[in-house]
Structure formats: C-alpha cells, structure tokens
Design a protein around this ligand. Sequence first.
Ligand code: PDD
Length: 287
Amino acid sequence: MSIAYLNGSFLPLEEARISPLDRGFLFGDGIYEVIPYYGGKPVGLAPHMQRMADGLAAIEIKCNKSIEDWRVLLDDLIAKNADQGANLGVYIHVSRGADTKRYHAYPENVEPTIFAFAFPIKDPEPVDRTKAHGYAVSSTQDLRWKRCNIKSTALLGNVMHYQQGHASGHGEILLYNENNELTEASSSNAFIVKDGKVITPIQDHQNLPGITRRIIIDSLKADGSIPVEERTVTMDEVRNADEIWITSSSKEIAPVIELDGKPVGNGEIGQVWENAFRIYTERKFDF
Ligand code: PDD
C-alpha cells in the first residue's frame, strides 16, 4: 500500500485530501521535486532539495524545512513504502496552500500544502550499449514560458509537448527555441556527443537546472576521461550528432537512437554513452 505524507501526517495515498481552493490546484502555484532512491539510497537529495528551496524562494512561498528535515521525512516515507519495491521515486510538492477565495495575488497568512508520495521505479539500465533501451524521439519548437528554470507544478506546456511526442509514438520530444537552438526536452535535459566530446546547452531560463545533468557534468569532469562542455547547441548540431542523450531522475542517462524518424549516428547506442553511464553509475550516490 502506498503511504503518503500530507501536512505533517502519514496516511494511505488514497485517503489524502486537499481543498479545491488550494492554489496548487487552481493556479499550479507550487514547486515540485522527483528524487530517485535505489535500494533505499537517494541520488542527489541535497541538490534536489536546494533546487526546491530556490524555486520556493523565487515564488515567495515560505517553507521552513532544512535539507536535513527533508532527509529525515523522506527516509521515513521510503521506509513506510518498502513493500512497494527496492527502487522508489519520491514526488514532493509544496503549493502556496488554500485561501478562502480565488484571487491571483499571493495571499498572506496561508500555510503551504506539503505533499509527498513514493512510487516504484525501474531498475537502472545495464551499463552495456548492446543491452540498454534506446529512445526514438521527435522535435518541435519550444512553446513554454520564459521561466523554465523554475520547477513549477504548472506543467501544462511540458505536458502538451510530451503528449505531442507520445501521440506520434515517441518516448520524448526535444525542444528548440526560435533561433533553432536546443533548450531541453519536455521532461528531460538533453546532451549531444560529437567527435568524443559531450556537449549540453548552458543552464538559463530556457531549461530546468537538472540534477542528473549536474551529476553527469561533475562526474565526467572529476573523472577526466571524457571532455564535457556547456554551450549553445544548434539543432543542426543535434541532427549531425554522433550520439544524443536525454537525462532525468527517472531515466538517468537515456540514449536516443532515432530523431524525427532518422537514425542518430549509426543508429546504435554509442560507446561514449556506455563510458559516461559507467562513470555516472559509479559516482551517483556521492551527490
Ligand atoms: N522531470 N527538464 C524538465 C522539463 C524536467 O521535467 C526534468 C525532470 C528534467 C530533468 O531534471 P532532473 O535531472 O533533476 O530530474 C529536465 C521530472 C523527473 C518529472 O517531471 O517527472
């Protein structure tokens, strides 16, 4: 049975209730996180909760939980959900809370709604390019808002883009801006590989500061065997890349083998993916 956390209590997920006047429900006025736990161990708990604190500060929601408070709460949630499997994702959602009316301005003296639940996630892919799952993706112009760095619960722009890819049989959709530059994907960050170098768009208002992205960059730099660069990436470069990866807390580093119906590189999962995924896998619990 899935046990959730809501405003200070643990309870069965299906019994969790919030007010329809909650601003998370009415306006998407909240911040969320998704953290993977493998065998009870989190990947990037501190940077995830720091990103949540940054997002809450950006939209002026006061939630006085330290990273240590979150660690204790989430360890408890994971322990209470152990019967769901060894690998669990945790979804955390802090909304501005429920006012007595629907009114756009931030209300005063409203307590944030704090919600979390755990759900089973897949085992990590094997570190073997001949056995891992390769994604077929499409691409489209990024039509979301100009604050994609905020991990807002208002995900309709992302949902519509994801659905666009899903409806045409694709597992993800790459997004590019009006200058034909890669931003990210609808629910992931994106990387390319060219001539042995790993390249990903710089972090700005056009993309989420992905924790998996950060762990990959920092792990590759610490290891030193694969060059990595953060810079503008054009869609022409994406279409001519040797490899494309999409990254997120649920996908880790996922290799893309087809873009808009055409093979990426030679159409097989690349050797740089395997090398980078090994480095990531060895270091991911250090963050
Ligand atoms: N998605 N970009 C977008 C738009 C995302 O939604 C996500 C994550 C990422 C990757 O971020 P991270 O590496 O911190 O998971 C990038 C989550 C998992 C989701 O919405 O379910």
